[in-house]
Each structure stands twice: as C-alpha cells, then as structure tokens.
Design a protein around this ligand. Structure first.
Ligand code: PRX
Length: 656
C-alpha cells in the first residue's frame, strides 16, 4: 500500500465492517445492546456470574444515596483467587499467564498460572509476615517486572488496598501520594531498565519516605526487589529484600473472601487543582466490568489468544487491562519491560512476531511515532497473527487509525478505539469488533450496559450532528466510589456540573455525528493529555511557582502532532531574579521534572512580563493557547489590559 493510497483512504469515508469469521464467532453479538437496555442490572448480574463468588450478592445495585454507589451488595469474593487460583483449579495451571520480556534482549521468563499461584501466595505470606493485613494501604513503585503483578495480586489476596505509583514519577510526587494514602509499606526495586541503561528507583523511595514523614506520615517498611543489581542504600530497620522474605515464604496461601465493596486500590490522577486525586476502586463491581469488557471488546478467546497491552502498570490501563481484566479471563499475555525502541526500533513488532500476539492494545501517541519512522520497520516482521487492535488514552486521528489498521493489522484487523478514564475503571465507549462497522476516529457507541450522551450547557442531550459535553447517565459497576478521603471533592468534581440531571460529568468534549456515533474531542477542563498521560495545568503551575525565581506561571496544553498535546508554560520571574540568567528555561524545566516527573516537562517555557487576565483576575488560557499554537491571538476585549498580548507575543520568549 503506497502513501498515496493511504491518503486516498482518508478521504474515502470508509467504514470497516467486522470480518465475517470474527463476527460469526464473536463473544458478544448485537443483541447484547437490547438485552442490556431492557434490563441493565440483570445484564451486569450476568456479567458478574462469570466470576467466582464465595457469597452471592443480595442486591445488584444500591443507588439509594447517589452519587455513592454500591454494586453486588452483600456479595463476597477474592480478586486474586479469581485472577489466578480458579484457572489452576479448572485445569489450566500449565497455561502461560505471562510471557515476560525483559528489555535486555536475552532476558525472558514464562510464568504459568500455576507459577503465578505460587508466586502470589508467597508474596501474600511475606506481606502478612511484615505486618500487612486487611485494610492496610500498600504503595507499589516498580518497573514492568513480574514482581509488580505478584505484589498487586498479593495485596488483593489479603485485602490490603494498593496504590501503584508510576515509576516515572519523582520522589516528590511519590512522597505526597505515600502521605495521602497513609501507606504502611512500599514495594519497589533497586532500579529498572530504560533504553538500555539501569536507572535507579530505590533512592526516590528513600527520599519520598522523608517527604511523607515531614508531612506527618511514617511509612513502616520497604520491600525491595533486586532487578538491576545496582548499589542501593539499605536501612536494616526499614528495608527488606524481596528475595529474603518472599522466596523463602510458603507457596500455599488460603485466600480470604472480602466484601464486594472492599477497597481494592487507589489510583492517583491529575485533576483541575494542584493536588492529585486518589480515585478509589472497590472489589466486585470493578472486577466484573474489567473482566467482562476485556472479554467483550477484544473478543477474547482465552484458550488461543495471546494478548498484549503496552501500558505501564502505573496507570489505570495497566491495572484494568494488564492485571485484573486479562488475568480474571485466564488469558496468556505479554508483559514487556522496556521502551519500544530498545535495542532497536522494531522491538515491539519483533515481540509480536515472536510471541504470535493476536490482540494488541496501545496508545495513539505510540502509533504516531511509528508512523513517523515509516512502515519499513514494521514491514520487516511477520505480524499475521494479529486479529484485533485496540487504542486508548486520547483521540485517535483518522490518519493514525488507518495506518494502524493497514500497516500493523494488514488490513484485516478491526481497530477498537476505547474511551474510558481512571474514574470509570473500565472501557465505556467502544466499537465491538464482531458487531460494529468502525469509523476511523470515532469511539462509536456506549457499550451494552453503559449509557453515555452528549449534552449542552443546560444538560440537555444535543441532536445528532452537534457537539457538547460527554456525560454518563447511569451508574456502572466499575465506577469510582469516591476520592480517597474526600467525598465532597468527589461530588463537586463529577456530580455537581449536571446535578439536576444526575449525570456524571466526564470532563471531555464530544460530538454526536449524524448517525448518533460519538467522537471524543478531548478535555474541556484544565487537564491536559500529553502522550495519553493525564496532567493538570495547575499541578505544573504549582511546581513552577515553587521555584525561587518564579513569581507567577500559567500553563496550557498546546496541540502537538506527536504527543497530542504538549505542555507550554508562561512564566513571570520575580523582580530580584532579573532576567533569570542564561539557561533559565532549562533550569525551570528541570525543576518541573524533579517536582513531578519527566512526563510533565514543558515543551516550551516562555518568560513573559505579564499574563493576560480578566478584570476579575482569571488567567485567559485561551489566549495563551493561541500564542503557544502560533495562531493569531483571538478576542482580547475582556482583558483587564488589552496591550498585554502584544507584550507577550513580542516578548523575550525563551524556549527549552
Ligand atoms: O480525555 C479522555 C482521554 O483520556 C482521559 C482519561 O485519562 P486517564 O484517566 O489517564 O485514562 C486514560 C486511559 C483510560 C479522558 O477523559 N481518553 C481516553 N481514551 C480516549 C480518550 N480520548 C479520546 N478517545 C479515547 N479513546
């Protein structure tokens, strides 16, 4: 297929019908939409029946006190048993659960479900021996190694809620999460491999413990996996090696049952204020919807599929679609430690060919970067095993969708563009590969059992062909239950914008096309989406303002061809800082890196004399976005001082 054909396709308005064979054997058929619409609770109850419960629920949904939901009320189950033991008991202990592929080319490890049962049991026994029990918060800060999954499942097994903090976050970011979560123990490793070099993790944990301690919370113990073998500081009173306590622990462990609403984990995510929100997910409803949607959206055949999701376990996608959903379904999956380009740019495609991956789930930002490198690289590999491709994290532009389908999927594979959020816990809007004729760039329709709509400012659904705010109009099993320790913020953030209608406000803009299909356009609040990672403008502004030379800062997300959006910062320096000195932009950028992490690093920092503000003092980010995206600056009539934009546009813009 030539580049010219590719571009013709873009203008062809093509629909991609499901392959006939796939449609005939699909797990979920078109009738599921009607079944769910006729009896939503019955539909989810049937999905919950796919799991093993030690005590059946009395009531499917308790929505008597909205927006606080309870699903499968009175039911009891163990998540780790569902993800591991029951597959062994069903005679599938020899099935590979995880094909782990290390970044160093010669490192790999296959872990069967029976191995996983022994490893998770050992880790559960070790955590218990370290004094961790039901309800004790545990933080996990690890690279993509099997022990990260063992640790998550061990926590679930003993009822200890976990929070996994992405290994790319800084000590500061980790420290504030340890404090907010009141973590009793941290599981980490000495380091991990990134682009061929061993980078340290343990020192960040040591520093984060101090930060948490200064804020009033002491973390008791740190459990350390030896991954790279690099030198680490070791405090015998606090630190303990994984190989000392886990390897010697018994591989037998009897799982206890927990209430359906027992906290499973908290995932911190950026909101519109500086403080990350701890999104709480619980047990029964979360596992039901993760497992069901994974089986439904990827048309999963656990006996034959080899599934690979390239997310990091430090994000919600890694939780729902590497750990909980796939393992609950008993599938074989790939877990890759490193970056796509290490040791060479075809590494991912090599892994697909080697492991005969059939279902592949990644982010548009990755697809766009491969597009830039050219199709010669993927074309060198035999990827004929692939049958379904998924996309998540940000809108997928039609060009990337078509490239993905043609070049990676050989024009055979449906592409499922899945819309969801940390808060929704599981996929909410997506095509079904055996049912839907997909449109490049559209997430299509709400899944069976899910109800979404697009509404105007008054909360009234917009007609076909119009745009507005994306809302979810009924509760769903894997919905967040609250913000950890802050019920009011939960109500204010998600349920007050359309309080009268009782709709969940997702924070995204969307369009309903003439057929009623949904096109998610991106955030309508002060949240940015950089390479599929969620960042808050306020959080980065707070980081900048904590630098001694900075008086004020405003951050916007500017459209970027590679990363979707990119961080652009406008900074006013303090008077005593003069012009900040040479290298000021780099200095500030490095500061953001240490405060939050490399993902938050601005693409550009502009030093400006003033910021555009309304008469009431609100920064007009719209105008700053015009500057950042090099457009003509829009309407400035509401500015307190309309000359400011000229000053900024002509100002001493300093770029990183
Ligand atoms: O703006 C939407 C975008 O990512 C946000 C959620 O980010 P996060 O909680 O980090 O979860 C990412 C992985 C589920 C959403 O509010 N988003 C996610 N998926 C899509 C998307 N935007 C458009 N299309 C998608 N498929």
């Amino acid at each position: 297929m030539t580049e010219e054909t590719l571009s013709n396709l873009l203008h062809e308005n093509r629909r991609f019908e499901p392959p006939a064979e796939l449609a005939a054997a699909a797990n979920v058929k078109a009738s599921a939409y009607d079944d769910a619409a006729a009896d939503r609770e019955g539909f989810w109850a049937a999905a919950a029946e796919r799991l093993a419960w030690t005590k059946k629920w009395d009531r499917v949904l308790d929505w008597d006190n909205p927006p606080f939901a309870k699903w499968f009320v009175g039911g009891e189950l163990n998540v780790a048993y569902n993800c591991v033991d029951r597959h062994v008991e069903a005679g599938n202990g020899d099935r590979v659960a995880i094909h782990w592929v290390g970044e160093p080319a010669d490192e790999a490890r296959d872990i069967t479900y029976a191995d996983l049962q022994a490893e998770v049991s050992r880790a559960a026994n070790a955590l218990t021996s370290l004094g961790i029990g039901k309800g004790d918060p545990v933080a996990i800060y690890m690279p993509m190694i099997p022990e990260a999954i063992f640790a998550m499942l061990a926590c679930a097994r003993i009822g200890a809620p976990h929070t996994v903090v992405f290994g790319g976050f800084s000590a500061e970011a980790l420290g504030s999460r340890l404090e907010d979560f009141k973590a009793k123990l941290v599981v980490t490793s000495d380091g991990g491999y990134r682009r061929g070099t061993a980078s340290a993790l343990k020192p960040a944990v040591d520093e984060a413990r101090q930060i948490s301690s200064r804020a009033g919370h002491d973390v008791g113990r740190v459990l350390v996996v030896r991954r790279t073998g690099q030198e680490v500081a070791f405090d015998e009173d606090v630190d303990v090696w994984w190989h000392d306590v886990v390897d010697s622990a018994s591989p037998e462990h009897t799982p206890e049952s927990f209430d359906s609403e027992h906290p499973l984990f908290v995932m911190y995510t950026s909101g519109t204020t500086g403080k990350p929100k701890g999104i709480l997910h619980t047990t029964g409803g979360y596992l039901t919807q993760c497992a069901f949607t994974h089986w439904e959206v990827f048309d999963l055949k656990p006996e034959t599929d080899v599934y690979w999701c390239t997310a990091d376990i430090g994000w919600i996608t890694g939780h729902s679609y590497i750990v909980y959903g796939p393992l609950a379904n008993g599938v074989t999956q790939v877990l890759y430690e490193g970056t796509p380009d290490s040791p060479e740019r075809g590494r991912w495609w090599q892994i697909i060919a080697d492991k005969k991956v059939t279902v592949f789930y990644t982010a548009p930002t990755a697809i766009r970067s491969f597009m830039k490198q050219g199709r010669e690289i993927p074309d060198r590999h035999d990827m004929s095993s692939l049958r379904i491709l998924g996309s998540v994290g940000e809108p997928i532009n039609p060009e990337a969708y078509i490239w993905y389908r043609l070049v990676i999927g050989g024009d055979r594979t449906p592409v499922v563009d899945t819309w969801w959020q940390t808060e929704t816990g599981a996929i909410m809007i997506s095509p079904l590969p055996g049912v839907t004729a997909g449109k490049p760039g559209s997430a299509m329709t709400a899944l069976p059992g899910v109800s979404a709509d697009v509404v105007n400012d008054e909360g009234v659904p917009v007609p076909h062909g119009s745009g507005g705010y994306l809302v979810l109009t009924s509760p769903w099993p894997s919905m967040l239950r609250t913000i950890w320790g802050d019920d009011q913020r939960y109500i204010d953030t998600y349920w007050s914008r359309f309080r009268d209608q009782g709709f969940y406000f997702a924070g995204d803009g969307a369009k309903k096309d003439e057929d009623g299909d949904l096109w998610v356009l991106g955030r309508v609040d002060d949240v940015m989406n950089v390479s599929g990672h969620r960042l808050s403008t306020t959080e980065i502004e707070s980081a900048l303002v904590s630098h001694p030379k900075v008086a004020e800062a405003a951050v916007v997300g500017a459209t970027d061809p590679d990363t979707g959006q990119a961080v652009v910062a406008f900074v006013i320096l303090r008077e005593n800082a003069g012009d900040g000195g040479e290298g000021i932009a780099k200095e500030l950028s490095d500061h953001v890196r240490t405060q939050i992490g490399p993902i938050a690093k601005p693409r550009q920092i502009m030093i400006v004399p003033e910021l555009p503000k309304t008469r009431s003092g609100k920064i007009m980010r719209r105008l700053l976005r015009d500057v950042a995206e090099k457009r003509e600056v829009g309407d400035t009539t509401t500015l307190a001082d309309s000359t400011i934009m000229e000053l900024i546009s002509a100002g001493q813009a300093t770029s990183t």
